[in-house]
Ligand binder design. Structure first.
Ligand code: FAE
Length: 546
């Protein structure tokens, strides 16, 4: 894997040469045969950021918030350098694929672990984790005291590993999601802009009704409806035409080969193929992969000194670089941004950050469970790894459950769900000087409200169907996956740690522009809201600060 996808500071001409980021053509890449995919071939890969460099805008992280900021700043004529601790994920491995499969994880699967840590870690009561070699892999299972927080690592952030479920919250719930933001501007301008930029679409209902790969979701729909729950199709950034071709046997299988958690080699429109492709095409955006920001502190002239460790694929620091930036955008994700800000405030690099930094963190109420169906109600051996269906009991019970796949390749007679719930608990990050680490005070018991809310759906369905919970998916006789979240949110909350547009209190030129701004819950899957909020904030920042 190359460690950089950059086009070089100031080398605007390089990527202007006709790089058209039409995702339709990009997704048509069949077997890669050891070559880089089209989107990666279109730009040169010169050296990463140099020690002593001076940059106009430095963006920490290449997930949703960072990608929106980079694109819009570049379009406004600002040169942008993005710093990403994970890999570029633009070069196939020895098997000809960039990403490894969920069913056969190798060194590419996890961030600096010697054993996998699968979210669903047992099957039929047996542990399924396996040894791997330590590598800067794609999925970080970051462990805090009471919770494991899963995050994507690499150019594209969470878009590399997520299910692509692209959900706009119901308008009536928005007031609780972002209380200080005007819903009119979000629903009229920024949600539509985000959905268009991300390439969001919905499964063809007729195809859904007939294809083998969504039998599990049809079973989910039947059970939901028989218990009187509203069933909804959930939009996704997967290329639905490509999935039809997979099912027809005319395209290399990706969603239908179980690819999801450790990357998707074909049909998913990750940020690499959408916002980041457009950002690179401006010629103003440079990305240094395998570079981790460790410090940001004021420099002379209102600028900032940024310290960056360059990493090798073993996670070792091979160089430490100090650069100067006019403006710095924290887009390292809820956890990454919170950890940096809390450390920098406590250790004296940014002492004037206010007391809200590190607070207001939530897990989006994530909780998982499975149900055991009757033998006459199979969910299908072939399951698309891309979920497309949900059960909406938010208003009545505080839970929105996505009907999730169990793409094991065998018939399991199981229905599996990831619920997003209205869990009120919020945690706080703090600096521990003894360990030199940032800690999070979340407790596993704080998931109980989530379990109770999810039970408003599944107790009723079990009772109606005469079925039971699976007890073999998260341990030995353990029903609830209450040890994790996929959706970390908060830690630098909008209007509290920052002003109402993400400007950090006390430091002109420092901004937060990622999931850290959102106070703990979005009522649905979060990345559309993170993207829309970033679109709103960067528009204001460009108009007034630059
Ligand atoms: P994020 O995408 O996490 O990007 C932050 C980036 O910053 C990462 O690439 C980091 O490696 C990088 N970084 C961190 N610290 C540093 C540092 N010090 N220096 C340099 N780089 C750094 O942030 N959401 C949905 O809406 N729908 C889904 O279907 C869905 N499924 C998910 C499935 C899984 C398994 C996971 C893990 C998440 C899922 N999510 C889903 C959540 C979604 O991916 C997440 O909310 C967003 O990615 C967060 O976007 P941010 O821009 O905040």
């Amino acid at each position: 894997m190359s460690d950089s996808t950059s086009v070089g500071s100031g080398s605007r001409g390089v990527s202007r040469r006709g790089f058209i980021a039409g995702t339709g053509s990009l997704l048509g890449v069949a077997a890669l045969g050891g070559r880089a995919p089209a989107w990666a071939q279109a730009v040169a890969a010169p050296a990463p950021i140099a020690d002593g460099a001076r940059v106009s805008a430095l963006v920490i992280g290449t997930g949703y918030g960072g990608s929106v900021a980079a694109l819009r700043l570049a379009e406004a004529g600002v040169d942008v350098h993005m710093i990403e601790m994970g890999m570029a994920w633009d070069t196939p491995g020895s098997d000809g694929k960039i990403f490894c499969n969920t069913l056969s994880p190798d060194h590419r699967s996890y961030w600096l672990r010697t054993r996998t840590k699968a979210p669903l870690n047992y099957f039929l009561g047996f542990p399924i984790d396996r040894d791997i070699s330590r590598y800067t892999g794609i999925l970080d299972a970051e462990e805090f005291g009471g919770i494991t927080v899963y995050q994507g690592r690499g150019v594209g952030g969470g878009s590399l590993v997520n299910g692509g479920m692209a959900v706009t919250p119901k308008r009536e719930n928005f007031g609780a999601v972002l209380p200080t933001v005007n819903p009119d501007e979000m629903y009229d301008v920024y949600y539509p802009r985000a959905n268009a930029g991300l390439g969001v679409g919905t499964v063809d209902p007729a195809w859904f009704d007939s294809t083998d790969c969504y039998q599990y979701a049809r079973v989910g729909r039947k059970h939901a409806q028989r218990s009187g729950f509203p069933f909804v199709f959930v939009p996704d950034v997967y290329d639905w035409d490509y999935m039809k071709q997979e099912a027809a046997g005319t395209a290399t299988k990706s969603a239908l080969a179980g690819e999801i958690l450790y990357g998707n080699n074909h049909g998913k429109k990750s940020l690499q193929k959408t916002y980041l492709a457009r950002a690179r095409a401006t010629g103003r955006v440079t990305i240094s992969a395998l570079h981790q920001v460790t410090s940001v502190a004021p420099a002379s002239g209102g600028r900032y000194t940024v310290v960056i460790d360059q990493l090798d694929t073993g996670g070792n620091t091979t160089a430490t670089k100090t650069v100067t930036a006019d403006r710095v955008f924290f887009a390292a994700g809820s956890v990454g941004t919170s950890k940096l800000l809390v450390k920098l405030k406590a250790t004296g690099a940014l002492p004037n950050l206010n007391g809200e930094v590190g607070k207001g963190w939530g897990d989006n109420g994530n909780v998982m469970c499975g149900r055991a169906n009757h033998l006459w109600d199979p969910t299908g051996a072939l399951q698309s790894s891309i979920p497309c269906a949900g059960i909406d009991n938010w208003a009545a019970g505080g839970a929105f459950a996505e009907v999730a796949p169990l793409p094991t390749g065998i018939e399991t007679f199981a229905s599996f769900y990831l619920s997003i719930t209205k869990n009120p608990n919020r945690a706080e990050f703090s600096w521990n000087p003894a360990t030199g680490r940032v800690e999070l005070n979340w407790q596993t018991a704080w998931k109980q409200p989530s379990i109770d809310m999810a039970k408003t759906i599944f107790d009723k369905i079990n009772s109606k169907e005469g079925t039971i919970y699976r007890t073999d998916l998260f341990g030995i006789y353990k029903i609830w996956g209450d040890h994790l979240t996929y959706h970390p949110l908060g830690g630098a909350v909008l209007g509290k740690a920052t002003d109402n547009y993400g400007r950090l209190a006390g430091y002109p030129g420092l901004y937060v522009i990622d999931g850290a701004l959102i106070p703990g819950n979005t009522s649905v899957n979060p990345f559309v809201t993170i993207t829309a909020l970033a679109e709103r904030n960067i528009e204001k920042i460009i108009a007034t600060d630059l």
